[in-house]
Design a protein around this ligand. Structure first.
Ligand SMILES: C[S@@+](CC[C@H](N)C(=O)[O-])C[C@H]1O[C@@H](n2cnc3c(N)ncnc32)[C@H](O)[C@@H]1O
Length: 211
């Protein structure tokens, strides 16, 4: 495990890892949303006005999640730093809008009804996690909702092989994640500590924006 890494170095490692690795082939090609994800998406979507605008930070190949949101009648904007993933997403979810960018660098004129970021925040250096939630707060309409998954370990930076390429992760313990979200102006609706797979421990958080 590395103790520290420059944020730009980590961003480039992650971007290159998704360009060269086979995430889509290993995890997303068969379009499966598992039972826990289905339930969380249901809880999330029922809090968004019909046809509302949803921003997806780290949208990956667009399937299965953005595909599901579009099929449920929502207007979806996905952002991803991997050009390969953006191309797959544009092909498989042509009704959505996809932006090839680092979401930490994005600005928006419009406001969204909801924002989700699934299996992505742990690729951003953890000292930038507060900034992500503050951006979400700014980009959301009043009473907007977020659905995110995060890491659960006290890990400044971890670099390992993942689906055929080098990849980096960074995370805090559960309580620190929850503190960051609350301090960034959100009220938690529900949390799920998902440790079904010993190799992949995720914290899911559904929260609503406070003024
Ligand atoms: C594990 S994948 C998850 C993709 C999708 N949310 C899903 O669940 O299938 C993580 C995604 O986050 C993207 N990503 C990582 N850092 C990013 C950044 N700073 N800006 C935009 N996308 C980023 C990667 O390119 C990758 O597609």
């Amino acid at each position: 495990m590395k103790k520290g890494m420059d944020p730009d170095e980590m961003k480039e490692l992650v971007r290159k890892g998704y360009e060269e690795g086979e995430y889509f082939e290993h995890y997303r090609k068969d379009l499966v949303i598992d039972d826990l994800e289905k339930w969380l998406l249901k809880e999330f979507l029922q809090r968004i006005p019909s046809g509302g605008a949803i921003l997806d930070l780290g949208s990956g190949p667009g399937v299965p999640f953005d595909r599901h949101l579009v099929d449920e009648g929502f207007s979806v904007t996905g952002i991803d730093i991997s050009e390969k993933h953006i191309k797959i997403a544009m092909n498989l979810v042509p009704e959505a809008r996809f932006i090839h960018s680092d979401f930490m660098q994005c600005t928006f004129d419009e406001k969204f009804d909801a924002i989700m970021s699934l299996y992505t925040i742990f690729h951003i250096p953890r000292n930038m996690h507060s900034a992500i939630f503050r951006k979400m707060h700014k980009w959301l309409k009043k009473d907007g909702v977020i659905l995110v998954s995060m890491g659960t370990s006290d890990t400044p930076v971890d670099v390992q092989e993942f689906v055929g390429a080098e990849m980096a992760w960074s995370s805090f313990f559960i309580n620190e994640n929850l503190r960051i979200i609350t301090e960034s102006g959100f009220e938690t609706i529900l949390t799920v500590d998902d440790n079904r797979d010993p190799g992949e421990h995720h914290l899911w958080i559904l929260a609503t924006r406070k003024e």
